[in-house]
Design a protein around this ligand. Sequence first.
Ligand code: AMP
Length: 397
Amino acid sequence: MMKAFKDINFKGMRVLVRVDFNVPLNEKKEVTDDTRIVESLPTLRKIISDGGKLILMSHLGRPKGKVNSEMSLEPVAERLAKLLGREVIFNRELIGEQTVNEISKMNNGNVMLLENIRFYAGEEKGDIDFAKKLAALADFYVNDAFGTAHRSHASTTIVANYFPDKKTLGLLMENEVINLEKVLNSNERPYTAIIGGAKVSTKIDIIRNLIGKVDNMIIGGGMVFTFVKALGGNIGNSLFEEDKVEEARLALMEMIKCGVNIILPNDIIAADKFENNAKRQTLPSGEIPEGWMGLDIGPESIKRATHIILNSKMILWNGPMGVFEMDNFQRGTKSVAMAVASATNAGAYSAIGGGDSIAAINKYNLANMMSYISTGGGAMLEYIEGKKLPGILAMED
Ligand code: AMP
């Protein structure tokens, strides 16, 4: 059994923590959004206040195994120092004698950030020698990078093999796992999943994994049209994945068999171009003529979805209902976001994940109104697809 982070006393230990400090920088190399750093602070503060020697590693951008000063973590060290209110030693190396030397000079409670781990090709390859060198830097390993938990890299999984009984998940990761488990194993009823976004191919596994768990399945976004096509409708020039029609049809049949209430939009807002100022008309979702494409769910569909959401006790939402980035096609997504917020306010539990759903919620200033927002895009998707994430598996001996 993995020991819980909060039950460990890190005093005097060299603690190697994998964090996700992959934050956006501007041309002046200033951190423009420090959310990810802020979110890791509870984990870091606990190690510091115990008197551990905190050694942080992260990636930033995609340097593809080569040193690239544009993607140095130095600006992140500066921001972290400000947030922690204490010195952060920035080490330009990651492994090797220099690093070992610098670490040996650390006192209890000191903090060091190592340079971008993806400057080394061994990281993404999951190289064993590279992972061993990382492991040699510390006495204890903590993984708190949920955003990369679905990748089997040297710093996220391989390194964990060299810390038998001396490893655990950080508070951020633990919180993600607790909340996602709650969502996947919920007995709260009615349970509604809202699945949208561009493509069936990236969401079909989620839909499949949720059949048998949920009462209602609201489907929106560009993937609606592959389902409509599977039912024999006309979709004009709407987004369509021909090779997924059969899978969509089978998923619909499975949902019917399991008694899932499927809410596919019956009306949609069609446009003559993929542009905000395109001509628009409301049409039945299976009667879109050539030259027109569905870019949002229609008013009747919004009404049905809202009614279902407001009566739900457990809600999982991933993916927008339409092209919400364009103001003329945002009504479906905005209405769903507002309905989820109202349901939450009335006592439902709501879990939101996936970059675009979070962007939508932020656009409408509703983030504080939701029960739980997952920080990991791809990792969250794989978790709710029912996959075991390598970053979490690696913590079990
Ligand atoms: P995803 O990353 O798969 O969740 O997809 C999100 C993207 O899907 C957003 O950028 C939306 O603009 C886009 N999207 C949603 N509905 C549609 C639609 N009906 N047609 C084309 N793109 C859409």
